[in-house]
Design a binder for this molecule. Structure first.
Ligand code: PEP
Ligand code: MG
Length: 755
């Protein structure tokens, strides 16, 4: 078969556009579209399915099959060729379906047996499959790539129907009738804690591209220029709001703004217009090109870029069509926004002072919209598949961002309970806020050094707001992970100086690059390793790639001129490794001195205690190190031989048990005897009940997350550390696999504040 010429394709798309505008029912319009496609593309039959819960495909329209079966077919993603298109998000051309391994005959489609060839494409919203469009032929058919592209363009237009209120209601009625999921309490993944209750708003993608081709290229280019300019003017105004404060979310929004202005992206759109597309379709094509290049990457950073780009593309399309304010809205004082996915700026299109929660069908902790929501103090629950089709605008939703539950139409008791919790949280926050300027001292007068762990620039703001003693761990790999390319010395100096300036005279401990395992750099190729957590990571990489370590050390030395510099090396496994790393630092320091360059006032070199082998060499290590800091996250994973990222094992072993606590005791005792500064910067320090045990063992310096800081401070100010030490002596002899209940009971009995 001859593929349609551009002119024919153009004619077909125009015709479909006309059909879509007809004031008939959704099913009539769809059927008419299928019939038109069949005629123009020489097919014998066509089907259109929509997806439910990313698991099922429900037949929505059909043409060319025996009629009685219509609207009564549901397929699983694992069933047949249609399932293959949806599950793998790919277009398929099949000459002979009988030979296709995934072919599954459906008796309901009684005439299906007559067909030989198939062509099917996914219908996408963002990069999410919302349906499948397919054509069938009785005879063997040589379809071309042009057919696929044309069908994909038609699928783009059909997305509008699939996301219409009419289909959404139909979908909901099916879900209800079949009991697929009429859930009242739904589990999600918590991306930002907190409680919220409000009226649901279903966030819709604002534009569907129906304007595909244009004759007058100059006119389209002018439209693009005007819309692009207007969009950027409005973004400037939106993001300049003083309510947004400062922090990492501002970096994200700035990056977004730069994206919106990006010349490369703009010229790609212009090129698409020059090849005959209308401006809206040119934007869509530019997004799709980028999507097909970046979506294959498993890197979370690149995937976040795609979300940003989708958001910018949608925004530009709405300026092109002059429909900029199309989001669903309601007048409720408190709203909960529910989205399949979302870009960072879209959240801000709502009146964010009314948003009490955000629920996403997809989502990761690094997702930009989640970071912006966090900065705006909005609880976020993610990864709740299918919720978008279960909830209706205006329904009451309660969101528990602590336990990770969404309640749909909560009972009056649950509503009351939520309102109480929201009020209690506010009270607790006020109580904790009042601690900021009080000393970090136990009831029996023992001072404790309380520091912060930082990584993102957003964290730097907490140095002042918590009134901490300094930074106990700066995870320097974080700025490396969020950069596009490896930061050079000058760039690194700007990060480190920023932190040192914000800290003034407070102590700052820089950790050298700790990459590998779960922390990958987007611009660095990693060979897959069987056991990355015990593989080529951290100091093992930087000692092998010495230039990287030297550059980082140079940046540390330059940043800390005239100040005290504390550098620690992560994942050290023996003394030789520590000495090697330390010497590299000393050589750089000597070089600067010999050149007469200004240097830090004092340089202290330490290491993290994370690998059990160093504990057996601790006396030697302590004679060489200026300080140590215990990384309990890695240390626990190696002591218990238990992958810290494996959810199946997350509750199997407890750091609050004699094996681990005895190890921790041994470390602090040896450090105290040697007079070497010792702290804990792993998660144990951020959990009040675990931090209580650490104080009882003899630790006097803790470094916590910003969220935990005041809660740990509150615990410290409510204990008598001598008494806790006595109690810990007893617990260290216990053979129970967890001592958590005992410690919690002790805390309650002694009025210790463990929030
Ligand atoms: C640790 O392992 O406890 C630690 C603080 O390092 P990270 O969590 O960055 O591996
Ligand atoms: Mg670690």
């Amino acid at each position: 078969m001859q593929s349609p010429t551009i002119k024919q394709a153009f004619g077909l798309l125009k015709q479909i556009q006309q059909i879509m505008k007809k004031p008939t029912s959704m099913s009539e319009r769809l059927e008419c579209v299928l019939k038109t496609i069949i005629d123009k593309l020489n097919a014998d039959a066509a089907t259109c399915y929509f997806t439910i819960d990313d698991k099922y495909l429900e037949l929505l329209a059909i043409y060319g099959f025996y009629q009685p079966a219509k609207y009564r077919l549901r397929l699983g993603y694992d069933e047949g060729i249609i399932g293959d298109v949806a599950e793998n998000k790919r277009s398929l051309i099949i000459d002979n379906i009988w030979l296709y391994p995934k072919y599954a005959s459906k008796p309901e489609l009684s005439k299906e047996q007559d067909f030989t060839s198939f062509i099917g494409v996914p219908i996408l919203q963002w990069n999410h499959v919302i349906g499948v469009l397919a054509l069938y032929n009785k005879n063997k058919m040589q379809r071309q790539q042009e057919d696929v592209e044309l069908l994909e363009t038609i699928a783009m237009m059909l997305a509008e129907i699939l996301l219409s209120e009419e289909v959404s209601l139909y979908k909901k009625s099916l879900i209800k009738a079949r009991g697929i999921s009429s859930r009242e309490k739904i589990k999600g993944v918590c991306l930002n804690k907190g409680y919220g209750i409000g009226s649901a708003i279903l966030h819709r993608r604002r534009q569907f591209v129906t304007n595909i081709f244009a004759q007058d290229k100059e006119k389209e280019l002018r439209r693009l220029e005007f819309a692009h300019h207007q969009m950027n003017v409005d973004l400037e105004a939106k993001f300049n709001s003083t309510k947004l404060g400062i922090g990492e979310h501002i970096d994200i929004l700035d990056t977004y703004r730069m994206f919106a202005k990006d010349k490369g992206w703009y010229s790609k759109i212009a090129d698409n217009i020059k090849s005959g597309l209308a401006a809206e379709a040119a934007v869509e094509r530019a997004y799709e090109d980028m999507w097909s290049r970046l979506s294959v990457s498993s890197d979370s950073y690149l995937r976040e870029k795609l979300h940003d780009l989708r958001d910018v593309a949608d925004r530009l399309q709405s300026y092109l069509t002059g429909s900029t304010n199309q989001y669903e809205n309601n007048d409720a004082k408190d709203i909960i926004v529910i989205a399949q996915t979302m870009g960072p700026a879209e959240l801000m299109d709502y009146d964010y002072s009314r948003i009490r929660g955000l629920i996403l069908e997809d989502g990761t902790p690094t997702m930009h919209v989640a970071i912006v929501a966090k900065a705006l103090n909005i609880p976020v629950l993610a990864k709740i598949k299918g919720i978008y089709s279960e909830i209706q605008n205006g329904q009451t939703i309660a969101i528990d961002g602590n336990e990770g539950y969404v309640y749909v139409n909560p009972s009056p008791q649950i509503e009351d309970d939520f309102r109480r919790r929201i009020a209690k949280r506010k009270d607790l926050q006020n109580k904790l806020d009042a601690l900021r300027h009080l000393p970090t001292k136990t009831l029996d007068g023992v001072p404790v050094g309380l520091y912060l762990n930082v990584g993102l620039p957003l964290d730097f703001d907490y140095i002042e707001s918590t009134n901490c003693d300094g930074v106990g761990l700066y995870r320097t790999e974080i700025p490396f992970m969020t950069a596009d390319t490896m930061p050079d010395v000058a760039k690194q100096v700007s990060y480190y100086k920023d932190l040192l300036n914000r800290c003034g005279d407070k102590k700052v401990i820089f950790r050298s690059l700790d990459v590998g395992s779960d922390k990958l750099l987007p611009y660095w190729a990693y060979a897959g390793e069987a056991n990355p957590a015990i593989g080529w990571r951290s100091i093992r990489i930087t000692l092998d790639r010495r230039a990287i370590l030297r550059k980082q050390i140079r940046a540390f030395l330059i940043s800390a001129v005239g100040k005290e510099l504390n550098v620690m090396f992560p994942m050290i496994s023996d003394l030789a490794e520590f000495e090697d790393a330390r010497e590299t630092l000393m050589i750089e320091l000597d070089k600067d001195k010999n050149r007469g360059l200004p240097v830090p006032k004092k340089v202290n070199v330490g290491l993290m205690i994370e690998v059990p082998s160093v504990i057996f060499q601790l006396d030697d290590i302590l004679s060489k190190a200026d300080f140590i800091s215990v990384g309990t996250n890695d240390l626990a994973q190696f002591i218990f031989a238990c992958d810290r990222g494996n959810p199946k094992l997350s509750e199997r072993y407890d750091v609050l048990s004699a094996p681990f606590l005895n190890v921790m005791k041994m470390i602090v005792d040896k450090a105290n005897n040697a007079g070497v500064y010792c702290s804990v910067c792993g998660e144990m320090a951020s959990n009040p009940i675990e931090a209580l045990a650490l104080l009882g063992l003899g630790y006097r310096n803790l470094s916590t997350t910003s969220a935990a800081f005041l809660r740990v401070k509150s615990m410290i100010r409510s204990i008598n550390v001598e008494n806790v030490a006595d109690y810990m002596q007893l617990l260290l002899k216990s053979t129970r696999n967890t001592l958590r209940p005992q410690l919690i009971a002790y805390a309650y009995d002694h009025g210790i504040e463990i929030y």
